[in-house]
Design a protein around this ligand. Structure first.
Ligand SMILES: Cc1cc2nc3c(=O)[nH]c(=O)nc-3n(C[C@H](O)[C@H](O)[C@H](O)COP(=O)(O)OP(=O)(O)OC[C@H]3O[C@@H](n4cnc5c(N)ncnc54)[C@H](O)[C@@H]3O)c2cc1C
Length: 514
């Protein structure tokens, strides 16, 4: 078996071209509103920016308007501001206030709900992507628009790492504010656990430094409270870790053992040391069939990893095809990202980065958690759910992926940061994806499958991950934030009393939410 992974990006259909927006986006503006947004004096904003303001009909507007999820390919903001600094961000916020135009903040554009687009102005900080590393103090100042692969590359040059996520083009802005769960999380924690401070533009237009000494409540909320809620972040101060030896593995099992493997894997990961991170994926590859795969990264030697995998075999049974090998940190991140054979430049989105070759994806998802290792009856339900997707939408890819939590993630108290899910064995993500040629009837079937899964198999009391933000979730605020919701609402009331940072699932003000 090769070291190529079925990356999360591939699970979300990342190899596909731009597919049409077949599942409609929510919260569309009325024709009259759109007409008004088109008529505001955009030229005045453009004249005051260091960066560019791109309007419909102008060169590169379509690329600037595009989110990662091709499901939102039809969204057409009245303007996209390609900001070059925090002054630009402040000017955009001031302009939208004076002209009563809605706006959305965007770093990497990977919001599952399309919440980094707006019928008004998109305030895009993608160009704020400088990474300044202080290797001696092991800290970095990182522009909010930095894409993960560039962050990993910049810090790896100093023999350092920051725990992040898998997709190379995700923005550190959205990732860090929602949590940031990745292959080094059990050893080093979440990305938000490494946020020492941030610089931001407040709803009032002030440029502020946020950290334990100043605006500590906002600092708390920016670490897990979700992007787009409290302030426009322009950069983060992140703590870095020295790179350990790393070993990677990936193994497959016959589908008829799916329930047993998932059960054994949950028992295994719940009792592994922090050095082991792993996920267990049950998915349909469309016409290529059903797959059970366990992947992971071990902070240590390949020899020790093999011993850990012997333990897994004792619980989950022997694997079929498998790969075990050592790697340096950047290569490991590229393997996890599904772009192992590519240069760093190529590991970006085609059309949105010079030399980038990666595609967009059209997908829909739901998330949940596993609180304690599940028994066979329950894991059989997950396996049967994936079989149902394969039956109902045989041409589409999708399934369920379980990401190991625990270790360092769970040693942080649930109220120490806004990220509340600190007692879980695993995070769960259910997805299906489609491409340009996918039959609309199957896309509908996939959407029905996801709704059915949410209503039957997923346990709503386990919560959901705000970075897999789900427009179809009803009790979403409680699911994302649990016991931290009331405090988040208070922070919102303090920093954004008139709810300027608002979208369909933004943190509610206290009167509405708690
Ligand atoms: C292929 C793929 C793989 C993924 N893998 C992982 C993973 O391994 N681990 C993980 O934890 N997550 C993962 N995610 C989820 C990802 O963390 C979230 O989608 C994240 O919110 C994306 O951040 P972004 O900056 O790219 O998105 P954006 O769409 O730009 O932003 C997300 C939200 O934050 C707001 N926001 C953006 N920039 C700012 C800013 N500067 N200030 C304030 N608010 C802002 C937006 O308005 C939006 O509401 C993955 C997503 C995809 C599509």
């Amino acid at each position: 078996m090769s070291r190529t992974r079925v990356s999360r990006r591939a699970l979300l259909g990342g190899a596909l071209g731009v597919a049409g927006a077949l599942l409609a986006a929510e919260g569309a503006a009325s024709a009259a509103e759109l007409e008004r947004y088109a008529r505001v004096p955009w030229g005045r904003l453009a004249a005051g920016l260091d960066g560019r303001l791109v309007r419909p009909g102008q060169a590169r507007y379509l690329e600037a308007a595009l989110l990662y999820n091709a499901r939102f390919a039809d969204l057409r903001p009245a303007a996209v501001a390609l900001c070059r600094g925090s002054d630009d961000v402040a000017r955009c916020l001031d302009f939208t206030r004076r002209h009563a135009v809605p706006f959305a903040l965007r770093s990497g554009g990977h919001s599952y709900g399309g919440y980094s687009s707006s019928p008004g102005l998109v305030v895009d900080v993608g160009a704020l992507n400088a990474v300044e590393v202080d290797p001696r103090r092991r800290v970095a100042k990182v522009g909010a628009g930095t894409q993960l692969i560039d962050l990993y590359d910049a810090v790896a040059r100093h023999g350092l790492l920051v725990p992040g996520g898998t997709c190379p083009t995700v923005g550190v802005g959205g990732l860090a504010m929602g949590g940031g769960v990745g292959v080094l999380a059990r050893r080093y924690g979440l990305t938000c656990d490494h946020v020492l401070g941030a610089r931001a533009v407040s709803a009032a237009g002030d440029q502020i430094a946020v950290g334990p000494e100043a605006h500590a409540d906002l600092w708390w909320a920016l670490r897990g409270g979700g992007g787009g809620n409290f302030a426009a972040v322009t950069s983060f101060h992140l703590s870095l870790e020295p790179v350990p030896p790393l070993a990677l593995f990936s193994q497959r099992y016959p589908w008829d053992r799916a329930a047993a493997v998932l059960e054994g894997w949950q028992q295994w990961i719940a009792t592994e040391p922090d050095e082991t991170w792993s996920n267990c994926q049950l998915f349909s590859e469309g016409s290529a069939g059903l797959v059970v795969q366990v992947n992971g990264v071990y902070c240590g030697s390949s020899a020790e990893l093999r011993r850990r995998l012997d333990r897994l075999a004792g619980l989950a049974g022997p694997a079929g095809a498998s790969f075990v090998g050592g790697d340096d940190v950047l290569e490991a991140m590229k393997v996890e990202a599904g772009c192992a054979s590519l240069t760093i430049a190529a590991c970006h989105t085609a059309g949105q980065w010079p030399g980038g070759v990666l595609g967009h994806a059209a997908y829909a998802a739901k998330s949940s958690y596993v609180g304690t290792p599940e028994g066979r009856e329950r894991t059989a339900q997950w396996a049967a759910a994936v079989e149902r997707l394969a039956r109902d939408a045989p041409a589409l890819g999708g399934g369920v992926a379980f990401d190991g939590y625990g270790g360092t993630v769970n040693r942080v108290a649930p109220d120490a940061t806004a990220f509340v899910h600190r007692d879980k064995v695993a995070g769960v993500q259910a997805t299906f994806s489609w491409g340009t040629g996918s039959p609309p009837t199957e896309i509908d079937a996939g959407a029905r499958w996801l709704r059915w899964l949410g209503a039957t198999v997923i346990d709503p009391t386990e919560g959901a991950y705000v970075n897999y933000i789900d427009p179809t979730l009803t009790d979403w605020a409680r699911a994302y934030y649990g016991t931290n919701l009331a405090r988040l609402s208070r922070v919102k009331a303090h920093y954004d009393p008139s709810d300027r940072f608002r979208f369909a699932q933004s943190v509610p003000l206290p009167a509405q939410g708690t």
